[in-house]
Structures are given as structure tokens and as C-alpha cells.
Ligand binder design. Structure first.
Ligand code: DGY
Length: 319
């Protein structure tokens, strides 16, 4: 029996690639170089399934009249890189990899929160430059998260995992905004009825919504103005949720105190301002980057592909 033809747009963890080889006629990306729009379009003509990831722009032009593809097996929970309407119009099934990266991403949000609050970037920079002259009572005093208010925007799996960490480990009070009523936030937490109410109440704001669509610039200049001047903004979700120019201005003018960013509006580009500001901690989209999590993400794609080609409903179908 001929195996379905599958292509991965980037290099995946080796154990997952071995599993793909066993189950499919797979083309892997050993060189790990991003595919161009033309290469993606060609892949849709030549493979039964294409497995893109967050950096592949699978837009309406790429998805116009594909000759062979039946399924897009996204490696990632977010899929705002795929024009899902165009995929639906082309009759494709689209799947993602939810749940398996919840803890890793919440860990990263917590890492950023603590790094910015405790000014670790400034401390490490000073130390590595050989400029540390010794301990002083007033050196690099940060802010304690204990007992402060954490505001969560988007109380899905990752928002809840962040709330759990901040409640149990840091004794923080949790408030949140979600477009839908959240029956069980997992820990004591108050759902507020607007994003503004959360921004006004919070000492730390952590973003956990999806990107794209209506959420583009959800956090804009007007909303940043609602935050306390002492507040810190954390974003491990998608760069386009925050208006980066407005954020930069707020950080420069003392509108807010700091930011921890794992995602950016024009990845992998990052502005000189964000790269150099002391009150900002920047990371290269590392939220899910643990070996365990990336293997679990890959195996989730394998399960989605297997179900689809066995004629079953893929467990993580989004279209
Ligand atoms: C995702 O899965 O959406 C992340 O951004 C990449 O880990």
C-alpha cells in the first residue's frame, strides 16, 4: 500500500522524524531553511499533507487551487500563519498541537515576569561587562511580585497555567479578562468584564490570547495608558497582539515600568529600541522550546496525520 506523501517545512526533533519516516513517505527539511512562498505552493501540489509551523505564511495566495494537498498539520498551537478561510475554501483539514505546550509556555511567562521584576538582564549585563564593583544595599532594586495583582488577558489553558504558578508560587491575586465566561479558572481568580478593568487593576499583565484577526493591536496606546506606571507587561502569545510602537513609547516615557517579550510584531526582526531598553527582557520566541515539549508537539502532529489518513477525525482539528 502506498504511504501518504508528507512534507515538513522545518527540521523536527529526531525521534519525531523517525516516527514520520516509519508511517509516511516523508520529506524532511534537514537543512532547516525556511521555505519560500513558491516552495510552499509547490508542496501543496505535490504532497498529501504539508506540515507548516508558526513562521510559514500559508496565505490565500499560497492556498489558491492546490492540486494534491488534503491536510495541513500545523506544528504549533497558534495557527494565525494559516488563512483558515482559504484553507476551508480549498477543502483542506487543518490541525494544531494544543495542550502539550501549556506548561512550557506558562513557565516562560513566569520566567519573563520574574526577570523583569528582578532586573536580571541589567544585573547580568553589568556582570558580564566586568562592571560589578560589589554588593550594595541599593543596587538594582527590583519589585516583589508577592501579594501583587496579576492580570491575565485570555484565560485558556496557558492563562490558567500561568495563574496557577503565580497563585501558588508567588501568592499573587489573580484577575482576568476572557471573552467567554470561565467557570473554573483553577485557582481563586476574579473575571472582570473588560480588558481595561484588568489593565487598571494589575501590577503585572500577562497576555494569553490568540493572535491575528480582531486581536491585532488588542493592546494599543489607549489601553497601555490604562496600566499603572509601575506595571509590567508580559507577552508570550503573539507579537501582533501588542502595538509595538505604542509599547515602546509607553516604556520610554514611563507609561509602564517594564516588559517581558517572547514574541514580536515582525519576527524575527526586533527594533533597536526594544533590543536596548534596560526595562525590557526579550527572548527569541522560546515559549515551547523544551526538548520534551517539542517532541510532544511533533508527536501530536503525527497522531493528527495518522488519524486523518486512517479515515478518522484528527484529534486536534481546527478546520
Ligand atoms: C505555538 O505553538 O503557537 C508557539 O508560538 C510556538 O511554540
Amino acid at each position: 500500500m502506498t504511504k501518504p506523501r508528507v512534507i515538513c517545512t522545518r527540521k523536527w526533533p529526531e525521534s519525531v522524524e523517525a516516527e514520520l519516516r516509519a508511517r509516511f513517505d516523508v520529506t524532511l527539511n534537514e537543512a532547516d531553511e525556511a521555505m519560500s512562498a513558491d516552495e510552499l505552493r509547490l508542496a501543496l501540489d505535490e504532497y498529501d499533507a504539508v506540515c507548516p509551523t508558526v513562521t510559514d505564511k500559508v496565505d490565500a495566495a499560497v492556498l489558491a487551487n492546490p492540486k494534491r494537498v488534503k491536510m495541513l498539520g500545523q506544528f504549533g498551537v497558534g495557527f494565525n500563519n494559516i488563512d483558515t478561510e482559504a484553507a476551508k475554501a480549498a477543502g483542506l483539514v487543518v490541525t494544531n498541537t494544543p495542550a502539550v505546550l501549556t506548561d512550557a509556555t506558562a513557565d516562560m511567562a513566569l520566567t519573563l515576569l520574574l526577570n523583569v521584576a528582578r532586573r536580571t538582564y541589567e544585573g547580568e549585563t553589568m556582570l558580564r561587562a566586568g562592571e560589578w564593583t560589589g554588593w550594595r544595599p541599593t543596587q538594582l532594586m527590583g519589585t516583589s511580585p508577592q501579594g501583587k495583582v496579576l492580570g491575565i488577558i485570555g484565560m485558556g489553558r496557558i492563562g490558567k497555567a500561568m495563574a496557577k504558578r503565580c497563585h501558588h508560587a508567588l501568592d499573587m491575586e489573580i484577575v482576568f479578562y476572557d471573552a467567554f465566561p470561565v467557570e473554573d479558572p483553577g485557582v481563586p481568580a476574579r473575571q472582570l468584564d473588560s480588558i481595561e478593568a484588568v489593565l487598571e487593576a494589575a501590577d503585572f499583565v500577562s497576555i494569553h490570547t490568540t493572535g491575528g484577526g480582531d486581536n491585532i493591536h488588542l493592546i494599543n496606546a489607549a489601553r497601555l495608558e490604562r496600566m499603572k506606571p509601575t506595571a509590567i507587561l508580559i507577552n508570550t502569545a503573539r507579537g501582533d497582539i501588542v502595538d509595538e510602537a505604542a509599547l515602546t513609547e509607553a516604556l520610554k516615557t514611563g507609561g509602564i515600568a517594564g516588559a517581558g517579550l517572547d514574541v514580536f510584531e515582525r519576527e524575527p526582526a526586533i527594533t533597536a529600541a526594544l533590543r536596548t531598553m534596560k526595562n525590557v527582557c526579550v527572548l527569541p520566541h522560546l515559549g515551547s522550546a523544551t526538548r520534551e515539549t517539542r517532541v510532544a508537539m511533533g508527536m501530536t502532529v503525527v497522531e493528527n496525520l495518522t488519524a486523518f489518513f486512517d479515515g478518522r477525525e484528527p484529534p486536534n482539528r481546527v478546520v
